[in-house]
Design a protein around this ligand. Sequence first.
Ligand code: NAP
Length: 352
Amino acid sequence: MTKGLCILGSTGSIGQNCLRVVQSLPGRFRIVSLSAGKNLDVLVEQILEFSPQVVSVGECQLIEPLRERLRLREHRAPLKVVAEISGQVEAATLPEVDFVVSASHGTTGLVATYEAVRAGKQLGLANKETLVVAGELVMQAARERALEVLPIDSEHCAVHQCLRSGRRQEVRRLILTGSGGPFLTTSRKKFDSITPEEALKHPVWKMGGRITVDSATLMNKGLETAPDMRFPIQYALTYPDRVTVNGRPLGLDLAALGRLTFRKPDTRRFPCLELGRAALEKGGAMPCVLNAADEVAVESFLTRRLPFGDIPRVIERVMRRMPETELRSLDDVLKCDREARQLARELIPRTS
Ligand SMILES: NC(=O)c1ccc[n+]([C@@H]2O[C@H](COP(=O)([O-])OP(=O)(O)OC[C@H]3O[C@@H](n4cnc5c(N)ncnc54)[C@H](OP(=O)(O)O)[C@@H]3O)[C@@H](O)[C@H]2O)c1
């Protein structure tokens, strides 16, 4: 039976890779719906190739330009074009959708991801922000419906597979490693003169802007620590089949790697690691605050309004000032996210 797919963030790095996997496995998947922000060039090509039923764009003003481009390309298949958060929710909860890939930027796909789970869709989660900011709510909704949440993020996928090779009680601890990003050996004094171009030049991966900068500050590792992994691990342990990435069996070419060296993380130069850990320990609203402040700080760095070295300072200040509350509903999460962003925006001119 073909699986009906919705891809949230189809025009991004993960989204485009997902569509490549779909292409490489003909007959197994059907693209029911796509959701994107504003990259109409890529979206048009995806619509022409995969003929989805519903497409959602980031803003209502983009609906007509998208339709116009499709008319020019003589796209005749029936297509409903929707927009914004309600549009994403519609795309993710269509009856024909079996599986939702959550790969939108930051928290832009959060509501649709949550609603997809509530509608009983299986979830493939690249967007770790979902678990950082609303992990308990999303996993609770999944548990109530006996749904599997499959990790698409590589570290979580690796953890998922490691945990399947033994009993839960046999696992004492999980160690995440990382390359250390492009500034592993850069002196701390030079951090404030790092440019967005330098930070966006990831040595190995081509990814979206936010995650690339998060890899350079090591916040990406912090975010991997911050979600409460108990629930995803629980699901991963009970999941029967192995997940393959990009349709290829997973495997390392150890000979090509040659040599691996390990060192302790330098949390003085990369304070984002400690901030991730602190957010996890505090729990409640703090992981959501951490994520919101990081997103605003990274955006300010990319638009040259904040030096690279000030990214963790902004996050830390926002975390210190926001109240340590519980988040009991998605509305609580969205309110906390809004307030933390607002505070970060206010603090940024005073930080730099
Ligand atoms: N890239 C990786 O290798 C990788 C690995 C692990 C985890 N992840 C996680 O996967 C997620 C996506 O990462 P990425 O690298 O693929 O990011 P990306 O390339 O920046 O793509 C983000 C996607 O979100 C869409 N988007 C942005 N704003 C939107 C809005 N307001 N409404 C609807 N859609 C919107 C973008 O649309 P437009 O481009 O059309 O504006 C794009 O399709 C992130 O959570 C990241 O941490 C990525």
